[in-house]
Design a protein around this ligand. Sequence first.
Ligand code: 3MF
Ligand code: MG
Ligand code: MG
Length: 444
Amino acid sequence: MWKVALGTNDLVQRPIEGYFDGGEEELMTNTIAESSAKQQSLVERLLEMCGGSYSPETRRKYYISGPQWAAAYQGQALFHAPTRTAVSPAEVMRHYAEIGIGFWTTHDTDVIRTEDLMTDRQTEIVAGLNKSLSENGLKCSMVTCETFFNEVWSAGPAAESPEVRSYGTERLKNVVRIGHDLGAKFAVYWPGTLGYLMQGVIDETQTLRWFAEALNATCEEDISYAKRRNEPTLKHCLEAKPFEPQAEILLPTTDAMIGFISSGLLTHPEMVGVNPEYLHELMWGGAPRASLARAILAGKLWHFDVNDGYRLKHDVDLPVALVNPLDWLNVLMLLRAHGFEGPFNFDYKPPRTTSNWGVFKVSFPTAVDRFIVFWEMAGEALADPVIHEATEALKAGGGAGRSNDARSIFEANKELLTLHELISHRLVQILIGSHKGRKFFGTH
Ligand code: 3MF
Ligand code: MG
Ligand code: MG
């Protein structure tokens, strides 16, 4: 056990005397409270030194949503004990409102216990959530169904057992009703356990047909519930992840999801789009930007999970642009260029080394502000005269005219192609601010 004593500028760790004798609990509690307060003021001071922040009003102008599960994540994982305490929906909403995150998203079971779903208790809870949303001036933009955590999904949401499948379908239909009741516009489905650990145990084609049947029933439910309430139907978005929690996933990528939507198995393909998650596309080794581009071309990019992490590693869900800032700049350039304006759902996990206090003091505000900076920077890059002129010149070509002579076409274009590297250099300049005079060499 270590006591943390704070100097003005430094952290010094010393063992607490008497720890091994037991006792002195009160002394320890006081000491810990005192040093926690000092640590928080150190964090606040250093955060201030990072250069301030956007106002909540500015932050609210962006279609950014904060998931209940992201803020309430306690830091637990396969090999990790929780490092934070639980945070209630009302508390999450209060913090989001203070920070300036205008939209809130949730799984059914983030806010309603599994045994209370589809009961009168659910109705009461949903009413309470609506009250908290309006008290905090927030809107619920998206609801999602938990089909991965509960033991009932051990063989997947489209398991062989008809009871599991019919329960799964009821859960999806229920989420649609909750969505309408909370005023959401989107429903997202990450099927989680739709796959297998051991080969040959399931028939993949059959499982996919069953999954499609559940989605078809969900769309039908949406059509009739929306009609009764005189509201538009929700936008239903499929989210892929290449691995976790199963070893082999039946729809591992956004492309696979788009293929599934147009496979002929869905009765309402026009109601179903995708919710790519940045890291999920990176995890399989793909370029998130290219995945997004394909979804845009398919007309299916409706919702986007924002986070960061590493290629070919597990789902670390780090805060946006902490690992791949240049790629994030490029992703947002693509989205801006094609008119996508959200929702940007901050599906990340505040690191487990961040405290409960730090989640709302540091993690969410810095993630949102970084996103805004990158969004603005993307706009700057799109309007940049160097990039613009270089791109136009490349598109105009070298002037060889129509010819079947490969050599002369290459020769006519070869100097122009140096612009690829120049554009790349310019993007990094924009990223690090050197286009505005930040210099690393010499004393200009
Ligand atoms: C898992 C995820 C999920 C989905 C969520 C929405 C916990 O890696 O990304 O978040 O985004 O279930 O459907
Ligand atoms: Mg993830
Ligand atoms: Mg996600």
